[in-house]
Design a binder for this molecule. Structure first.
Ligand code: NDP
Length: 504
């Protein structure tokens, strides 16, 4: 707690308070008096201290810092904050777990949120990634269902391995993310020791309107470090806030964490021809196909003076973009572009953009949005509140339009193209990238968790591991004492047949 110079205690509207220890009563032994406005105000405010918890990413830690450009990327983007080597932009970052409640343990197995707000001169740009380069699903229609399965059973109010694995085994595109999540990367040593990935593909375009597609990577300079299953379990009991504590203490002691920022870039033609769907967030762009090109470096060097003011009220959206950066047709991204600001309006109110941590710092917000709950600036004063107007109000800036995408086809509920390659990349990861120790930990972590689900769900999920790699599936089957012949029989079926054969 910071020591401050003594000031007079006041009420919310500024009057001095005479006593903060003794409620006003009628006589020494009589009841409390309603005219004790200090008591009423203090209790009433306390009653309203909690705001709605984030449905996802509820438990988090954050810090401020800066981003510095280290390499020239002007050929690809006209974003001003990336326009000059050496240019610095103020940032605020928030890291989080996903499924747990606000009081849950930092060491739980879960993807980690990795969100960074860049306060640029062209408005705030939000990078809203995870510590994994892919996601469980690629269609936002599935998102609420998926999250329900990571939370609590509606009857028991307990986390439920049946719900968890039932959904995943019925959603084969999740297998890549499941393989990463159940490796030791699912339990990072702390927020400082993990990478951040955009996951989604974004458009970058330069001053000539030439466009490229990019994926963004933040690579930790501290090195990847993880907890193994036993260490993570122990940490959950010993210190539920270990990653929050670690980030705060490192910055407090001057050991500022840093990340190098890279982009993978593909031309529109390369994306068109790529063997994987480039806009499918369950897939990466293999490094051999698109190398990591350095862009800059982020350093976190400022702890928040007040957690609620900054970390809790921070509101990110993958739709907060600046000229030079635009969305891709990735459907999950499109869903998030709606859902993030929507949840902030619910959680923080329609004027959440005016909260200090969220408001533009290096740019100015200037528009005709007015009024609403908790409008806490001058509400644009006496200026016109409609457009068009002839009173000098702000007008649109056509140069801010991003290059148009050509699309064709019929409206309808179309599945993603390239649907049959969900097992290729996790296979690469299992066979080529992981060490034997990584594989042993992966199998152990899966067996430990999947072992809590019903046998028919274990069988269905293990068939998916087998489809990634027969050795992977066989080792999980062995760990769970499942009949390998039965697994092979399920692997030979279509997903529909497999579901039928393993339904209750
Ligand atoms: P490379 O063979 O060039 O490099 C392997 C990548 O895998 C590195 O980025 C490494 O991260 C990361 N990695 C290592 N262990 C794990 C793990 N347990 N869980 C997740 N990632 C891990 O990769 P390719 O591009 O050829 O892709 C091969 C596979 O690697 C992919 O199918 C994907 O599963 C995984 N991967 C790929 C990424 C990409 O953007 N291309 C990013 C992350 C994973 P680091 O170097 O930091 O140790």
């Amino acid at each position: 707690m910071q020591e401050k110079k003594k000031k007079i205690l006041t009420g919310n509207f500024g009057p001095p308070i005479d006593d903060d220890q003794n409620t006003m009563t009628a006589g020494g032994s009589g009841p409390a008096m309603l005219q004790d406005t200090h008591l009423v105000e203090k209790l009433a405010h306390f009653d309203r201290e909690r705001i709605p918890e984030r449905v996802v990413h509820a438990k988090g830690a954050g810090a401020g810092g800066f981003f510095e450009v280290t390499h020239d990327v002007r050929d690809y983007t006209k974003a001003k904050f990336l326009s000059k080597v050496g240019k610095r932009t103020e940032v605020f970052a928030r890291f989080s777990t996903v499924g747990g409640e606000k009081g849950s343990a930092d060491a739980e197995r879960d993807p980690r949120g990795f969100a960074v707000k860049f306060y640029t001169e062209e408005g705030n740009y939000d990078f809203v990634g995870n510590n994994t380069p892919v996601f469980f699903i690629r269609d936002p229609l599935k998102f609420p269902d998926f999250i329900h399965t990571q939370k609590r059973n509606p009857a028991t109010n307990l986390k439920d391995p049946d719900m968890f694995w039932d959904f995943l085994s019925l959603t084969p595109e999740s297998i890549h993310q499941v393989t990463i999540l159940f490796s030791d990367r699912g339990t990072p040593k702390s927020y400082r020791y993990m990478n951040g990935y955009s996951g989604h593909t974004f458009m970058w375009y330069n001053g000539k309107g030439e466009r490229s597609w990019v994926k963004i990577h933040f690579e930790t300079e501290q090195g990847i470090q993880n907890l193994n299953r036993e260490e993570a379990r122990h940490m959950c009991g010993q210190d539920a806030d270990h990653a929050t504590r670690d980030l705060y203490q490192a910055i407090e002691s001057g050991d500022f964490p840093a990340w190098k920022v890279y982009v993978q870039i593909m031309t529109p033609e390369e994306v068109e021809k790529y063997r994987f769907n480039s806009f499918d967030v369950t897939k990466v762009w293999l490094h051999g196909d698109a190398s990591l090109r350095p862009v800059g470096r982020m350093v976190l060097n400022r702890n928040s003076e007040n957690y609620f003011a900054e970390v809790e009220q921070a509101a990110f959206s993958p739709g907060n973009l600046v000229p030079g950066i635009a969305p891709s047709p990735d459907r999950m991204l499109q869903g998030r572009i709606f859902s993030y600001p929507d949840t902030h309006r619910h959680r923080l109110g329609p004027n959440y953009h005016l909260l200090l941590v969220n408001s533009a710092k290096a740019a100015k917000s200037n528009n005709y949005q007015r009024d609403g709950l908790m409008r806490c600036d001058d509400n644009a004063g006496a200026g016109p509140n409609y457009y068009p107007n002839s009173f000098g109000g702000p007008s649109p800036y056509p140069e801010a339009a991003y290059p148009a995408l050509k699309v064709s086809g019929k409206t309808g509920r179309h599945p993603y193209s390239h649907p049959n390659d969900d097992f290729v990349q996790p296979g690469e990861l299992y066979r080529r990238v992981m060490s034997e120790q990584d594989r042993t930990h992966l199998i152990g972590n899966i067996v430990d968790h999947l072992g809590g689900a019903k046998k028919r769900i274990q069988l269905r999920q293990t068939a998916l591991f087998y489809k990634v790699d027969p050795e992977y599936g066989s080792r999980v089957a062995q760990g769970l004492n499942l009949d390998l012949k039965e697994i092979r029989r399920l692997v030979g079926m279509t997903q529909e047949e497999r579901v039928k054969a393993t339904s209750g």
